[in-house]
Design a protein around this ligand. Structure first.
Ligand code: 13P
Ligand code: SF4
Length: 343
């Protein structure tokens, strides 16, 4: 690819796609060349180059969720993973600043676990339909309705909700968290589908929150899965547990985003349908070029608020800092720490 005379403007910054930028970013392009075309790379490469320079200058680390686009996931992130890994690695981070490329509850969790660090999110409006479905008052009302029943709260919630919960969980450790409590009943919030899917894997009765659904995963249907099986004989179907139980029932495997990625790495299916957010397949496909991905995916509009240009502005100007009131953070940290002690 010849260097193209082109500039990229983010606010007041003009970044040319020079021969030096092209040479420095060539190894990164090699990782994503099947996902990103050369014309888009002309736009992405100067931003990636500048972000990677700024990270060193500012002593910052970039944590990115598996649903971030390939140019973020493969080209500027230091740590990638599911919610559980991002929470764990936030604790390990040695840098002064954490830039969380994901949705707001992920950045808030990083801040709860690292009160002394500066946590930035490139777009503070990156929300989540699950986090928005429940308030701390809703949790208190449920506790009053079911006295003594422990509250297991998905990390996809606000700090206020975590602060009134007994323990957190992610889709990667929900079974272990519930079983660690040793009770025959738990309240599991807020994702009613995740709760129903996890209930089937434990002998524990699970009380759910009716309003909690992921707007991305609730769109998949078992009929759609069957259609893709008919059109792609032998396809392996792996579904995120935020999908309805009817979808999970017709899948070959279900697990957190990291467990889904590991499944593909470990089993090398000829053809796979990842029933989840679109960038997941792109990111896993970049690392598994021999696997054929069937992609009837759905975009998470919140995850897609994060872009290279916003990451650059956030890093450069130190804007969009995530703050949690220290007293609230301490209460919320109790529920997150109890989860991290289980798995
Ligand atoms: P994971 O913890 O599996 O990465 O899921 C987070 C999420 O928001 C999925 O929609
Ligand atoms: Fe929230 Fe669903 Fe988007 Fe995940 S995919 S961040 S659960 S809205």
């Amino acid at each position: 690819m010849a260097a193209v005379e082109q500039t990229v403007t983010t606010d007041d910054l003009v970044l040319p796609f020079t021969d030096e930028v092209k040479a420095r970013t060539a190894p990164l392009f090699d990782k994503v060349k099947n996902q990103i075309d050369e014309l888009d790379w002309v736009y992405f490469a100067p931003l990636i180059d500048e972000i990677n320079r700024l990270k060193k200058e500012k002593n910052a680390v970039i944590l990115a969720h598996n649903y971030q686009t390939p140019e973020i996931y493969h080209c500027v992130a230091d740590v990638v993973g599911d919610s559980l890994k991002l929470a764990r690695d936030a604790v390990e981070a040695e840098a002064d600043t954490i830039v969380l490329c994901g949705v707001h509850f992920m950045a808030e969790t990083a801040k709860i676990l690292n009160p002394a660090k500066r946590v930035l999110i490139p777009d503070p409006k990156a929300g989540c339909s699950l986090a928005e479905s429940i308030t701390a008052d809703d949790v208190l009302a449920l506790k009053a309705q079911y006295p003594g029943v422990p509250v297991v709260t998905y990390v996809n919630t606000t700090a206020e909700v975590k602060a009134v919960s007994d323990i957190c969980c992610t889709s990667g450790n929900a079974v272990e968290v519930i079983e660690s409590l040793g009770t025959d009943r738990v309240i599991m919030l807020p994702d009613k589908y995740l709760a129903a899917n996890i209930a089937k894997q434990t002998g524990v009765e699970v009380i759910t929150w009716e309003k909690g659904r992921c707007e991305v995963h609730e769109q998949f249907t078992p009929e759609q899965v069957q259609d893709f099986r008919d059109q792609n004989p032998g396809v392996v179907v792996i579904a995120h547990p935020e999908c309805t139980p009817e979808v999970v029932d017709v899948a070959d495997f279900s697990g957190s985003t990291a467990q889904m990625a590991n499944y593909v790495r470990d089993h090398h299916p000829d053809k796979v349908f990842m029933v989840t957010e679109c960038s997941m397949s792109d990111n896993v496909a970049a690392e598994n070029p021999e696997v054929d991905f069937v992609k009837p995916c759905t975009v998470c509009p919140h995850m897609k608020r994060i872009t290279l240009a916003k990451i650059l502005t956030t890093l450069r100007d130190g804007v969009h800092e995530v703050d949690v009131d220290p007293a609230l953070a301490e209460k919320a940290r109790g529920a997150v720490d109890r989860m991290l002690a289980v798995k």
